[in-house]
Design a protein around this ligand. Structure first.
Ligand code: XMP
Length: 322
C-alpha cells in the first residue's frame, strides 16, 4: 500500500542511489510548495551535500524572498544561497510578448543562474545534480506525458535549455500536489510552507499580458498584494486553490477617479478551486470580498482603474493566462 511514509522512504533510497556516496546537488527554491518539499527530501537523503539556490528574478510577489530566507531556512537548516538576478531576467525578457517565448527564456535563465552558482561553489566540490520540484501535472502539460499535447511549457520541463549540463533529480515527478503536501508534512515542514497556494516558477512574468517591464511589475505586485491580503483577512486561503492577479498591460480603458478622467489598465482576478490543477472551476468568491479588493486596488494602485473577474473554468481556460 502507498502510504506517505513509504513514498518518502522509497524516494530517499532512490535519491541516494542516483547521487551516490559523495555527489553534490543544487536545488532551485522558488518559495513554492514543490521545490520546498523536493529540497527537504533531498536534504534527508544527502544532508549538507545539498545547497539550495533561491533566484530573485524580479518576478516575485511582495514578501516572497524574505519568506524563503526566513521560514524555509528556519524549518530545515538548509544551506541557502540567494542570487539577485533581477537585471538578467528583465534584460532577457525585454520586448518579448509571446507566452511560450517568455516561458522558455525564463526556464533558460534559471539554468544559467544555477550554472553560475555551480561555478561559485566549485571550491566545495562538484555540484553535478540539479534538484527540481517537478510534479506529474507539470510533465503532462508540457507535453511530456505520452500522447499529451503541449499546453504550455512549464519553466522546469519544456522550458529547459537543450545544452543542459546538470543531471536532473526530480523526486516528485510522479506525484500530484495533494501527495506532495502530505510528503512535506511527513518530513516535518510547517503548515505555512506546505499549505501555501501554488505560485508558478515564471512568477509575475506570465501574469503580465504584454511585455514585462519593471514598472508593470511594480503595478501588478501592488494589486496582487492587496488581493492576497483581503482573501487572507476573509479566511479564504484554504478554500481557494490559488488566485492569480493578471495585468492586462496593453489594454486601456477610460475611467473617472478623483477629479478627473483616467486612462488606465485593467487587472483580472482569477480565483480557482481545484484538486490537482489539471482541471479547475472558478471560485464563487463572496461579493463583499470582491468589492473590497476592487475598491482597494483602484484606490491604491494609480495605474489600475478597472478590476474584472474571470469566470472561466479549466478547460477551456487554463489557470494562468499565459
Ligand atoms: P495552468 O495555467 O497550466 O496551471 O492551468 C496549472 C498549475 O501550474 C502552475 N504553473 C506553473 N508552475 N512553473 C511552475 O512551477 C510553470 O511554468 C507553471 N505554469 C503554470 C499554475 O500556477 C497552476 O497552479
Amino acid at each position: 500500500q502507498w502510504t506517505t511514509a513509504s513514498i518518502v522512504e522509497e524516494q530517499i533510497a532512490r535519491i541516494r542511489e542516483q547521487i551516490g556516496e559523495d555527489g553534490r546537488a543544487i536545488c532551485g527554491l522558488s518559495g513554492g510548495v514543490d521545490s520546498a518539499v523536493a529540497a527537504a527530501l533531498v536534504q534527508r537523503a544527502i544532508g549538507d551535500r545539498l545547497t539550495c539556490v533561491f533566484v530573485d528574478h524580479g518576478l516575485l510577489r511582495t514578501g516572497e524572498r524574505a519568506q524563503v530566507e526566513r521560514d524555509f531556512v528556519a524549518a530545515t537548516g538548509v544551506n541557502l544561497v540567494t542570487v539577485d538576478a533581477r537585471e538578467r531576467f528583465l534584460g532577457a525578457l525585454a520586448g518579448v510578448t509571446d507566452p511560450e517565448q517568455k516561458r522558455k527564456i525564463i526556464g533558460r535563465e534559471f539554468i544559467r543562474v544555477f550554472e553560475q552558482a555551480e561555478r561559485d561553489l566549485k571550491a566545495q566540490g562538484d555540484y553535478r545534480f540539479l534538484v527540481q520540484g517537478t510534479l506529474y501535472p507539470d510533465v503532462v502539460e508540457s507535453g511530456g506525458g505520452t500522447g499529451a499535447a503541449n499546453i504550455k511549457s512549464h519553466h522546469n520541463v519544456g522550458g529547459l535549455p537543450e545544452d543542459l549540463q546538470f543531471e536532473l533529480v526530480e523526486p516528485l515527478r510522479l506525484l500530484f500536489k495533494d501527495e506532495v503536501r502530505r510528503v512535506g508534512l511527513e518530513l516535518g515542514l510547517p503548515e505555512t510552507i506546505v499549505h501555501r497556494q501554488p505560485f508558478p516558477g515564471p512568477g509575475l512574468g506570465i501574469r503580465i499580458i504584454g511585455e514585462v517591464t519593471a514598472d508593470r511589475l511594480e503595478t501588478l505586485r501592488a494589486a496582487d498584494a492587496i488581493a492576497r491580503e483581503e482573501l487572507t483577512a476573509a479566511g479564504l486561503d484554504r478554500d481557494i486553490w490559488q488566485c492569480p492577479v493578471v495585468l492586462l498591460a496593453d489594454v486601456r480603458s477610460v475611467g473617472v477617479q478623483g477629479d478627473g478622467r483616467t486612462y488606465g489598465h485593467p487587472v483580472v482576478l482569477r480565483p480557482v478551486s481545484s484538486e490537482d490543477a489539471m482541471t479547475a472551476d472558478w471560485t464563487r468568491l463572496p461579493y463583499d470580498v470582491l468589492e473590497r479588493i476592487s475598491t482597494r486596488i483602484t484606490n491604491e494602485v494609480p495605474e489600475v482603474n478597472r478590476v474584472v473577474l474571470d469566470v472561466t473554468s479549466k478547460p477551456p481556460g487554463t489557470i494562468e493566462w499565459e
